[in-house]
Design a protein around this ligand. Sequence first.
Ligand SMILES: Nc1ncnc2c1ncn2[C@@H]1O[C@H](COP(=O)(O)OP(=O)(O)OP(=O)(O)O)[C@@H](O)[C@H]1O
Ligand SMILES: [Mg+2]
Length: 157
Amino acid sequence: MPAPPITIDLPDEAATIALAEALAPLLRAGDIVTLSGLIGAGKTTFARALIRTLAGDRALEVPSPTFTLVQPYGETSIPVAHFDLYRLADGVELDELGFDDAVAEGVALVEWPERAPGRFRGALAVSLVPAGAGAGRIATLDGDASWHERLATTVLR
Ligand SMILES: Nc1ncnc2c1ncn2[C@@H]1O[C@H](COP(=O)(O)OP(=O)(O)OP(=O)(O)O)[C@@H](O)[C@H]1O
Ligand SMILES: [Mg+2]
């Protein structure tokens, strides 16, 4: 039976950052991490913390790739490409953005994966949803058995 998704309470922004920092060391070239959640859910916050951890630089500028659709990072321990597909026209455009090369060379972080259905098989799927009234989010992490094995090696909560 597949392992159930992992659910983690994120009461504040610091908790979102801490989760991304815990996940970062587990990543290696070829990994795709999708970041789902509505506008303002915290996807870029999560990606920014993850990229800063891999760069070993807590002040690294990590802009939201809302208009560029992809922002590559080479100063990280492994190459990272940060995608925001909210404005993606179609799957062809994803090819033009160099998605396959990004995955071949390093890690792809993908906000709004729903814009290119079927393109992110094998991904670790992170989703962020509001925790009800007031602030806070609930994160759900899901992926195939190999992701669950890797996640089990770290303390995520
Ligand atoms: N666990 C949390 N609890 C409360 N607020 C949070 C939490 N995590 C992040 N935030 C806040 O939520 C906001 C999220 O903005 P962010 O740009 O990261 O969202 P996004 O999901 O990338 O949105 P978009 O779809 O527009 O790209 C930020 O102000 C951040 O401080
Ligand atoms: Mg964003």
